[in-house]
Design a protein around this ligand. Structure first.
Ligand SMILES: [Fe+2]
Length: 196
């Protein structure tokens, strides 16, 4: 069996690497599931209220895609792999419901809020698992956590203000996660293969 240095280092610092990879894979699948669902949902939002919610959804959608892309390299560094699954089996919001021709905004908001809360809870757990042990993963999941909390706040603001303006755009998307999207390939790790 070949060695996986990143995984060994993480295990040496006291982290259950298998559980960590499982949690990261779960989040990555949920992120791409949210992206998938938001992409469909924005087509079903109509009227003044729907237009306003779409502005929130569009920002969250782009950031969730970034979260997925930022998680994948770390999962591979740790010897993990992502499942090749059809969209219907994705996590996150994607499996929750079929969308009617016109989405009912008051009905859909609690679903979105619940998913945002679950994301915040999951990334908080990942921070706890890696804090003081796996600095690289910790920095990544903390950055995502900041943005998940922002999604929660946007939805709560929308709930409070209805169809009033979503915070002025253009805003900078993924202010915390961007640094992880342009990181160089881990050249030193390329010669080290990990068990599938
Ligand atoms: Fe996300």
């Amino acid at each position: 069996m070949t060695r996986c240095v990143a995984r060994e280092l993480v295990e040496g610092s006291g982290v259950d690497a298998e559980r960590l990879v499982d949690l990261l894979v779960e989040r990555a699948v949920a992120e791409v599931g949210n992206y998938y669902y938001y992409t469909l949902l924005r087509r079903h939002l109509v009227g003044v209220e729907g237009d306003a919610l779409r502005r929130v959804i569009d920002d969250a959608r782009e950031e969730d895609r970034n979260h997925f892309e930022a998680l994948v390299p770390r999962i591979y560094e740790l010897g993990g792999r992502l499942p090749a699954v059809p969209a219907t089996a994705l996590g996150g919001l994607s499996g929750l419901r079929d969308l009617p021709a016109e989405a009912d905004v008051p009905q859909i908001l609690p679903v979105l809020l619940k998913a945002a809360e679950e994301s915040v809870r999951a990334y908080t757990e990942l921070c706890s698992v890696t804090s003081g042990k796996d600095h690289r993963t910790y920095n990544l999941v903390l950055a995502i956590l900041h943005e998940e909390i922002a999604h929660q706040v946007w939805l709560l603001e929308f709930l409070g203000r209805g169809a009033m303006e979503h915070p002025a755009r253009p805003r900078e998307l993924s202010p915390f996660v961007t640094q992880f999207l342009h990181a160089p390939r881990p050249v030193a790790l390329k010669s080290v293969s990990c068990p599938a």
